[in-house]
Design a protein around this ligand. Sequence first.
Ligand code: CA
Length: 421
Amino acid sequence: MIKTTRRFMIQSSLVLATVVAMGMVAGNAQAISFTETSLNSSVGATGSEIQNDGTLVRAYHFGAGLTDVTVHGVLFMAGGAPGSFTDTALSGDWGAGFNSWNGNWSLTSLTDPAYKQLLTSMLMTSSGAAITISGLTAGHTYRLQLISNNPRNAQIEVEGSSHTLSGGDNANPVLLTATWIAGDTTLNMSVLNDNLHFCGYALHDITPATANPTTAAGQSTSRQAKDKVESSEAAVPDNELITADLLVSLSNPSFEKPGKGVGSSWAQFGSPWNAQSFPSARQQIETVTGGAFTKAAPGGGKWCALLSVDNVPVKTPLVQSWDAGVSAGDTLSVTFYLGRAKGQKGGKGIAFFKVGATLYTLAFDTTALPADSWRRTTMTQKISNSGNLSLGFCSTSASGNNSFLDSISDITVLSKSVALR
Ligand SMILES: [Ca+2]
């Protein structure tokens, strides 16, 4: 529910000053999540590891004399070869001496003709290859799938983050998946060492479906991305008086009213969190007695929520919504605790406000936390449109790379009518 709690102007101004100061130390918004998947290359394989959900932006495969092929529901256009590229969004430099191979490299026993064409043709990059793909929408979440039939331990950089393929010089094809929120309209990638076999790529827009802009593509601007704030405990002490023009109260903010119990200290997400469409019933856990953490987050009580890609991928985030609006120029802020469990690696994900059809996102990364610890995180966003409000969380990591969430505060709304200084 939304409580109108207009306070003295001087208190609101002090809090807003804190918000502005935090904005100046905004963290890196370009959190990239990499996942490496082996591609089955046995005789009857069909490329079923290639993901096809989301909105296809573009997919091309490379080599001379190729045709368009559909592999696991993804249409890979014939992208051409050096001197005759047809992928018009692709520009850049493949490095000196790059070459292509057409249609008969090593994996010729494959029987699915489309998959065979995809995996037996490729470009061979040279050191320093730097490629750009244009036409992205800033603020949207993208998934790039790169396909190689011979990974050669290539070090690949996407949007400034690097990943080294684990496979060596052999015909063991691999799919490298990179997921990130676009900070601008151009994808930048490079290959930092020689002779990667690059068969093709697929780029999908996987912006959370419940919050996908339908009429306002491009409204999520890079300026919004730069407004992201992730702050530590020091920024907002627990005992600070939060003042705001509006306080938006969550229902079940600490997951203390679990959904259907499934045993072993696990339950489904409790209402009004949206649990019904998720594949796994194990969605929230008894924090301490369930063995996830030695201590609960401050104010966290008995239960906490699991943020896993199995239950809350970007397509179906964990969301709570209100039939009440906020206005362009308002500054929204919410505090919550993210955790990395005992004996786990942690993971990456996205927290967001959704206003109308526009997302305001904060990427988080619990792999940087010590195991068995919680971190207080504040998301503050100045919004540029008016509409009904939602708060959501999702995971962008591979299965098993989990984060945990608990103890979410009221959302404070500082009205644009409050004096800035
Ligand atoms: Ca709790």
